[in-house]
Design a protein around this ligand. Structure first.
Ligand SMILES: [Zn+2]
Ligand SMILES: [Zn+2]
Length: 359
């Protein structure tokens, strides 16, 4: 079968080559024929050598939907022929952390597909703990509709969930990229009254605006975010802040020559006292928590890699017409042209949100 292989010894780091079709190795495995997959920023992190956990010479990719072609003897909830959406995380469902819903820290899994073991940018993929990691797609939900359930939509939901949103809340979302947009969608479902989208990329803010994902769209390049958020909240600040950018420098309003500010700092500054700051962003550098300055503000910070435990619920919301993430697919390439897709994804942040890879 065709597969996109990561090999740090290649000049280009990735190469489309031929691999054996995977087989069942464990009774809890399933083999899935990939019908639609995606490229994630995390794939680029592997290629750039920023993921120490990654194994060399594996097939990349962890975001996909497909059809089951084989199951191990211990797979109970799935059958051959089922259309399924895959969780980006592999988890056993039985260890200390899984039992508490903290599947990101499963003692027997974690980010395995397309990182430690062969992933989905191929014609077929082996999925361990298939009963946990694969969710049947309802009949009225297309592959395209379901593509992001197990990774970025789950991450967006996780961000909104961290903020414990109450009806009427004002929620600020820093980063209007795919995950930030999914957070806006989920914050709305959780009955946030005002959603404030913040990004330095005007195109991305415009897409959010076209999709009506937020109520206010603020660009730190053209306004003072702290002042604007205060204006919108009777001087209080946001009830919850979802940090989905992880940016080192947000260039503040040029005319008042404020120093460059990272998105982490912006996140706690625009939060009202006693707010929750939910951080889904992945930073490349340490961030500073200036405790003397924030003393008395009584903030709660939550951080993390997604515990993607709501796939079934998210698929139901899609089936019910309450969530639609199709607009995130800005380009589609066949697997044969996946190298070209990677190039586009890497170099076109303005016009590319997510790329779908077809068979
Ligand atoms: Zn991902
Ligand atoms: Zn586990």
């Amino acid at each position: 079968m065709k597969a996109l292989i990561y090999d740090k010894n290649f000049d280009a780091k990735i190469q489309l080559s031929q691999k054996e079709i995977p087989q069942i190795l464990n009774p809890k495995d399933a083999i899935v024929e990939v019908t639609l997959s995606s490229i994630c920023t995390s794939d680029l992190h592997i290629i750039n050598g920023q993921v120490p956990r990654a194994n060399n010479n594996i097939i990349l990719g962890h975001e996909f939907v497909g059809r089951i072609t084989a199951i191990g003897s211990d797979v109970k909830k799935l059958s051959i022929g089922d259309r399924v959406s895959a969780n980006c995380e592999t988890f056993c469902g039985e260890c200390y952390f899984c039992k508490r819903g903290y599947i990101n820290n499963c003692l027997n899994g974690g980010w395995e597909l397309g990182c430690r073991i062969d992933g989905c940018q191929a014609e077929y993929v082996r999925v361990p703990y298939a009963d946990q990691g694969l969710t049947k797609i309802p009949d009225n939900v297309t592959d395209k509709n379901a593509l992001y359930v197990g990774d970025i939509l789950s991450s967006g939901y996780f961000g909104a969930e961290m903020c414990e949103i109450k009806q009427g809340d004002t929620i600020a979302v820093i980063g209007s990229g795919p995950v930030g947009m999914c957070s806006m969608i989920c914050a709305r479902l959780m009955e946030a009254e005002k959603i404030i989208a913040i990004d330095i990329n005007e195109n991305r803010l415009n897409i959010a605006k076209q999709q009506k994902l937020a109520d206010y769209y603020l660009n730190p390049k053209t306004c003072n975010i702290e002042q604007e958020v205060k204006k919108l909240t009777q001087n209080r600040g946001a009830d919850g802040v979802i940090e989905a950018a992880g940016g080192v420098n947000v260039h503040c309003q040029q005319q008042n020559s404020l120093p460059q500010q990272g998105t982490f700092e912006l996140a706690w500054k625009i939060a009202r006292p006693n707010a929750i700051v939910g951080i889904v962003a992945m930073y490349e550098e340490n961030q500073i928590l200036p405790l003397p300055e924030m003393y008395g503000k009584n903030l709660t910070f939550k951080t993390g890699g997604v515990d993607a435990v709501h796939c079934k619920k998210l698929l139901q919301l899609i089936s019910d017409g309450k969530i639609n993430t199709d607009f995130l697919i800005t380009q589609t390439y066949p697997l044969d042209n996946i190298l070209e897709a990677y190039e586009y994804f890497k170099n076109n942040k303005n016009t590319c949100l997510k790329i779908a890879i077809t068979k």
